[in-house]
Write a protein that binds this ligand. Sequence first.
Ligand SMILES: NC(=O)c1ccc[n+]([C@@H]2O[C@H](COP(=O)([O-])OP(=O)(O)OC[C@H]3O[C@@H](n4cnc5c(N)ncnc54)[C@H](O)[C@@H]3O)[C@@H](O)[C@H]2O)c1
Length: 628
Amino acid sequence: MHYTFLLDFDSTLVAAESLEVMAEVCLSEDTEGARKRARLRELTTAAMEGHMDFGAALSERLALLDLRREQLPAIVARLQQALSASFLANRAFLEAHAEHIHVLSGGFEELIVPVIEQLGLRADRVHANRLQFDAQGRLLGCVQGNALARAGGKVETVRALALAQPCVLVGDGWSDLEVAEAGLVQRFYAYTEHVRRAPVLARAEREAPSFDEVLFDLGLRAAHSYPKNRLKVLLLENIHPSAVEAFARAGYSVETVPGALDAAALAARIGEVAVLGIRSKTRLTAAALAQAKRLVAVGAFCIGTNQIDLDAARQRGIAVFNAPYSNTRSVVELALAEIILLLRGLPEKLRQMDHGVWDKSLGAAREVRGKTLGIVGYGNIGMQLSVLAEAAGMRVLYVDLAERLALGTAQRVATLHELLAASDAISVHVDGRASNRNMFGAAEFAAMRPGSVFLNLARGHVADLDALRAALDSGHLRGAALDVFPEEPARNGDAFAHPLTSNPRLLLTPHIGGSTLEAQADIGRYVGQRLTDYIDGGSTEGVVNLPALRLPPQEQAHRFVHLHANQPGVLARINEALSAHGANILGQYLKTDAEVGYVITDVDRDYSPALLDAIRAVPHTLRFRVLY
Ligand SMILES: NC(=O)c1ccc[n+]([C@@H]2O[C@H](COP(=O)([O-])OP(=O)(O)OC[C@H]3O[C@@H](n4cnc5c(N)ncnc54)[C@H](O)[C@@H]3O)[C@@H](O)[C@H]2O)c1
């Protein structure tokens, strides 16, 4: 490393302005605190953006505080909490090169030194002001005579330091730009991890949203293999803010678009995108994917993935993730609510009231307590419904084709017909396999108990609606709730006509079982996490179109992530390359499916760069990434 670094402190090494933190601590009990803090912020911005003399701004700001020496540790603790994530991630680099890294600040040594020491940096490389206190420990101001307390102080200080060139300055403020414009450094990075100062950015040649970016740009090895800010994340269709925030917090460049993009608009954008987030309205075709030269992963922030050409994505080594279970609880709550409404006979009462009919008669209104619920399909939804229904006092029976552990006191029964004969309510939660078409026809409804109720919140094709109507019309069934239909309108507002709609003992809902704000938030969080786990660590847990591998954390290693067409001998070729280049393998994980192989190799950091080219050249390689 032949560079000398000059790092600014406030809003660069820490995500805070020291004077504002001092104000928070000192003015917390001052009745004029809010006004003084607002004034402090004004003065900071004016000085940083070059609208006010730095020295004058500093004196006025210090005068607003009534600081006592014993308050310094509290201020230091807050600044330590605010250390920049990307400098912290690169602590090893900072510590290794501490001799050549200077901290230059118009702030105060007493605060800066204990903070930068946490990054492995050296107290004797800090150039800043010193605070002056009276005998009682009250702040008087800064020690006079230090150039950094004056306008142009950084320029003067750097000139006097006569540092070895090439010198690199990283800072967010106007005074940093002045040093660059005085020609005292070879490169200046306007630092934007925490603040973007338009006047500085307008004149700076380079912008760095993270310290990784600085190191990458200088050709130095950073904590991460690739600066995240260079990875573009495009999120369409109003994906929940939880995902947008997670990507932004992790340092990615995130762009959001409220609606879906049509084929032409998507083709125009997709080429520069590393991660694409969509919901159900964006069609991701083979043609669109052919344009996606940098696309590493797609997040379907919804349940289904029919809108994506999964095969085309697989052939290009693009991972697709979705959120199959984020709305489980929402479906379960609706099912339980509907079981209660149906056994109580509410659909008729609600309709009567709508028509001005007051009918207080008891009818056959029942409590759910002590009644038997029969669950058809004891998967994610069925099992959770089992728990909630038992909590409401129901006895639960279930059938499932697969072996499923009974929760609580639920009991498995041998056949569907046994279940139908024993239940007061039947709730269907099977998956969409073709053999489930019309699994409920006349014979099944006839086998249900007289006066029982039927719910389908699973798939429209599961129940024969003519047979259901007959069972309701004859009075054999007490009521039914349907959230899914054999044919559903494509868009909101489209007409929906069906013979069942006129039946007064029905609860019909427009496929909204899983639609809640909570489910949306969880989808955002869940898919966002799967995508970042894949990009940062190679984990394909939850992927829909590639072999799924859950990986141990990567420690002290570089991780080679290799996706290839599943042809014999690829792993052998990779291992030949590793061995020919003397790489020390710390761990290797492989999973294949019929078409694709996914191999992860953790290697000791010291390997020849030629190894990467050798692995890239292995025949049938779809994607190769190095992660650290
Ligand atoms: N209404 C909505 O908005 C909404 C929302 C989410 C899910 N769903 C649907 O709910 C259903 C259940 O979802 P999940 O997450 O619990 O799925 P899951 O895959 O976890 O569970 C389905 C279960 O049904 C069983 N099964 C399949 N066919 C069967 C049969 N013929 N007889 C007995 N058991 C059978 C499977 O073995 C499995 O255990 C799915 O069809 C899903 O599409 C609807």
